[in-house]
Design a protein around this ligand. Structure first.
Ligand SMILES: *Cc1c(COP(=O)(O)O)cnc(C)c1O
Length: 404
């Protein structure tokens, strides 16, 4: 099959819910991927924040192959050696006190668990989320997600969710009522445009939640695993939540969701009140063990901080050069370039020239590269963006001088 055949089949037989780029990817190594014709791309998406160790990390590959020959599936109704090993490694690195985990298969599921847990533990229904938030697209998680285009077609959603303006702790204080079980937020809003909160905000929210006796849930699906230069995004501000949602990179590329909570909170769930068939499968847990080992051994958290600074300086240089760039934001290797116009064209052109990037809303180009990305690869990505931004500017300048 050539690339055209492959695209035709996917387009014909798959639900048309993804905004697709016309590229067929078949191979990856580190921060590079190749298409079916052998063309090379610098991957600044990590498959949407999944491949933080780089594609096909040798440790993960080896662990998956070895485990596949031992035992692939094992329901959590039985014990398993790899699951125990993974959980032990995990709770050794989670913030202090967050040492009881529920394993699932995706980010949305990790949020669903947190929502159910908050309601059960508090015996109250209301969840406060932020305007601009993204927490996933299953009905519960979707109720906490902000963007109307995701929510409106599926109304009515789960009741008792409300959204308040971000970056202002007073808004949260005002929104909390007798019915409030939890405040749910991303430490840095990813889909919402790579929005880093002002210093003091997360601390203030933590204090309000303590004072009002409400749970604080951090959705760290995108901001954890070293992405922001700390193991968990919240550690940039020294704030620990009561419940934390994890997913994307934690199993080296295999599907996983993790909800971690303080022991007394997780104990609110009684046997049978929450579960999922694939929870903690040996194959995924073996990959997870290898992923956590690689993260620590290769000092990738520190690397993300260092490479993130390097990358951000390069992007800021583009801001100085191109009027079309409004702002450069981000922390570690979670970076966004806000343009004055729609970014879709820029993204498609970058892909054509061998650099994969994401959007984050209509006007932000988002960079979520693997933490193993090299300086030379960052330089390549920035050079392509420089070129594309220059062309966009020229096109806009010439079209605006055409008399109508
Ligand atoms: C991606 C993401 C989710 C949803 O994860 P899925 O695995 O796509 O369900 C939830 N929260 C945040 C912050 C995310 O970035």
């Amino acid at each position: 099959m050539n690339d055209k055949d492959i695209m035709d089949i996917e387009n014909r037989f798959m639900a048309n819910v993804f905004s697709k780029k016309p590229v067929v990817l078949t191979r990856g190594k580190g921060a590079l991927v190749w298409d079916i014709n052998g063309k090379e791309y610098v991957d600044c998406t990590s498959s949407y924040g999944v491949a933080l160790l780089g594609h096909c990390h040798p440790k993960v590959v080896k662990a998956v192959c070895a485990q596949a020959e031992q035992l692939i599936s094992c329901h959590s109704g039985f014990y398993n050696d790899k699951r125990a090993e993974f959980i032990q490694k995990l709770v050794q690195i989670t913030p202090k006190g967050l040492d009881k985990a529920f394993l699932s298969n995706s980010g949305a599921e990790s949020v669903e668990c947190a929502i159910k847990l908050a309601r059960k533990f508090k015996g109250k229904p209301e969840i406060i989320a932020l305007m601009g938030a993204f927490h996933g697209k299953t009905m519960g998680a979707l109720s906490a997600t902000w963007d109307k285009k995701y929510r409106e077609p599926f109304m009515p959603l789960v009741p008792e969710f409300k959204h308040v303006a971000p970056d202002n702790a007073d808004k949260i204080r005002e929104a909390i009522t007798e019915k409030t079980a939890a405040v749910l937020m991303e430490p840095i809003r990813g889909e919402g445009g790579v929005r880093v909160p002002p210093d003091g905000y997360l601390q203030a929210v933590r204090e309000i939640c303590d004072e009002k006796n409400v749970l604080l849930i951090f959705d760290e699906v995108q901001t954890s695993f070293g992405r922001t230069g700390k193991l968990f995004g919240c550690q940039n501000w020294g704030v620990t939540p009561d419940v934390m949602c994890l997913a994307k990179p934690f199993a080296g590329g295999l599907p996983i969701g993790i909800t971690v909570a303080k022991e007394n909170i997780m104990s609110a769930f009684k046997v049978g009140e929450h579960s999922t068939t694939f929870s903690g499968s040996p194959l995924v847990c073996a990959a997870g063990c290898a992923a956590l080992d690689a993260l620590v051994e290769e000092k990738l958290v520190e690397r993300a901080a260092e490479m993130g600074k390097y990358f951000k300086v390069q992007l800021e240089a583009l801001q100085a050069k191109h009027k079309i760039v409004k702002e450069v934001r981000g922390l570690g290797l979670m970076l966004g370039v806000e343009l004055r116009y729609d970014v879709l064209n820029v993204i498609l052109k970058a892909v054509q020239r061998g650099v994969l990037v994401l959007d984050a809303g209509r006007t932000v180009v988002r960079f979520l590269p693997p933490l193993v990305i090299e300086k030379e690869q960052i330089n390549r990505a920035v050079a392509v963006l420089d070129e594309v931004l220059g062309e966009e500017e020229n096109e806009r300048a010439s079209s605006s001088t055409v008399p109508n």
